[in-house]
Design a protein around this ligand. Structure first.
Ligand SMILES: Cc1cc2nc3c(=O)[nH]c(=O)nc-3n(C[C@H](O)[C@H](O)[C@H](O)COP(=O)(O)OP(=O)(O)OC[C@H]3O[C@@H](n4cnc5c(N)ncnc54)[C@H](O)[C@@H]3O)c2cc1C
Length: 380
């Protein structure tokens, strides 16, 4: 077994870290406080090939794999989880759904533009009355001659207001429950579709979380993505990859929270010595570093299995569950190590504390991850 990134992967980590520290770090609090979507930075990431890391070069991607992708998401999220989630929803949800379920024409039409950042992507599965129970979606798609007519509302859609292309899941056969859902590609500006409420959030405030409203929205028949009624099954496949990216998002924020706590603990003096001299603080740092390492190993295992073409339902959920829960703990301890300054917006600890909570909720809550894991364990 080899626990090291290869030279190319290390170079990628270095490049993304430098970019994040130079281009993102100085703006983090400005974007957060204004709830400002960092469009210029996202476009820059597109030009650098970081919006299409997992797609082959013939589709405009970087031709790399999930190990490189999670490395990039981790480094972006170490500085700003908002940028991390924007890239994650764009890449492993929207673009990847088109890549894995789309026909050649759809792949050629959308992936190059998504991979280079010409288009921003979003993915809408959740509805106001169906979150964890995503199979109970109500939005409908009815075939009328050469188009599909979409009616309904999606909620909590990352990038929804800024997306040029969206993948949404709708009911095509009400009697068949999860076997009666289909996926559709919707382009921005299509008549009958509009983004609705922009959510005002606890954290990840520079990312966009939108309601999507469909009222007799006619989309061309060829925008059906994958086979009719296979939308839910494809969405679950997409989430196997998506959950690895949420593990990486968690990992990046956990690492960021740890890094600032370590630095602060060496600088802050109480009782005549740096607080890092106190065993109580050392044990917190030791626990954080150990948990972060374990989360990284789980995340990279799932990523490398994905790159090897293996099924990762179990490993993706384990990585997502563990990384998100330790990230919440690390962000909490980071605030604690900062004392009162951890509660103040001049220090980055408070933002990690707010941002990281999404990771135990998005793309399946911790409770749902435990259900997925248990189901896999009890299968045989
Ligand atoms: C910032 C943000 C971004 C998001 N981005 C997207 C996106 O881009 N696309 C998208 O489709 N969705 C997105 N979501 C939605 C997210 O995936 C859902 O919020 C999540 O799946 C939980 O659904 P819910 O909010 O309806 O909670 P609910 O399903 O109502 O859950 C409420 C509570 O009940 C628990 N619960 C539910 N069922 C069970 C059960 N069977 N056993 C035990 N406990 C259970 C849950 O774990 C949770 O604790 C986003 C959400 C947020 C907050």
């Amino acid at each position: 077994m080899d626990f090291q990134l290869n030279e190319e992967q290390q170079q990628l980590r270095h490049t993304v870290r430098e970019f994040a520290e130079r281009e993102i770090a100085p703006n983090v609090m400005k974007w957060d406080e204004a709830g400002e979507f960092p469009m210029d930075t996202i476009k820059q990431l597109g030009r650098l090939g970081l919006l299409g890391v997992i797609f082959p070069t013939e589709y405009g991607g970087a031709g790399m794999g999930y190990v490189e992708y999670v490395t990039a998401i981790e480094e972006l999220s170490r500085i700003d989880g908002s940028v991390g989630i924007i890239v994650a929803a764009h890449t492993s949800l929207c673009s990847n759904h088109i890549f894995v379920a789309g026909n050649e024409e759809q792949r050629r039409k959308y992936i190059p533009k998504l991979a280079t950042g010409e288009f921003i992507g979003a993915w809408g599965l959740t509805e106001p009355s169906s979150g964890s129970d995503a199979g109970s979606a109500r939005m409908t798609a009815v075939r009328k001659k050469d188009c599909w007519v979409l009616n309904g509302t999606k909620t909590f859609c990352t990038n929804g207001h800024y997306a040029d292309v969206l993948v949404v899941i709708a009911v095509t056969d009400r009697t068949a429950h999860t076997h009666g859902l289909s996926a559709f590609i919707v382009e921005k500006g299509t008549k009958g579709f509009r983004p609705g409420k922009k959510e005002n959030k606890l954290g990840l405030r520079a990312s966009d979380t939108a309601e999507l409203i469909f009222e007799d929205c006619c989309i061309p028949a060829q925008n059906l993505l994958g086979k009719e009624d296979d939308g839910f099954i494809d969405a679950m496949r997409v989430l196997d990859g998506g959950r690895i990216s949420i593990a990486a998002l968690s990992l990046g924020m956990a690492q960021g929270a740890y890094d600032v706590a370590l630095k602060y603990s060496k600088q802050r003096k109480q009782f005549g010595k740096p607080i890092s001299d106190f065993q109580a603080i050392q044990w917190k740092l030791a626990d954080m570093a150990t948990e972060i390492d374990a989360a990284r190993l789980l995340t990279l295992r799932a990523a490398s299995m994905k790159d090897a073409g293996l099924k990762t339902t179990l490993e993706s959920s384990m990585a997502k569950l563990y990384a998100s829960e330790i990230a919440v703990r690390c962000a909490n301890e980071s605030v604690q190590i900062h004392g009162g300054y951890g509660f103040i917006k001049d220090y980055p600890a408070e933002k990690f504390y707010r941002d990281v909570k999404l990771c135990t909720i998005g793309e399946g809550t911790s409770e749902i991850q435990r259900m997925v894991i248990a189901r896999q364990l009890l299968k045989d």
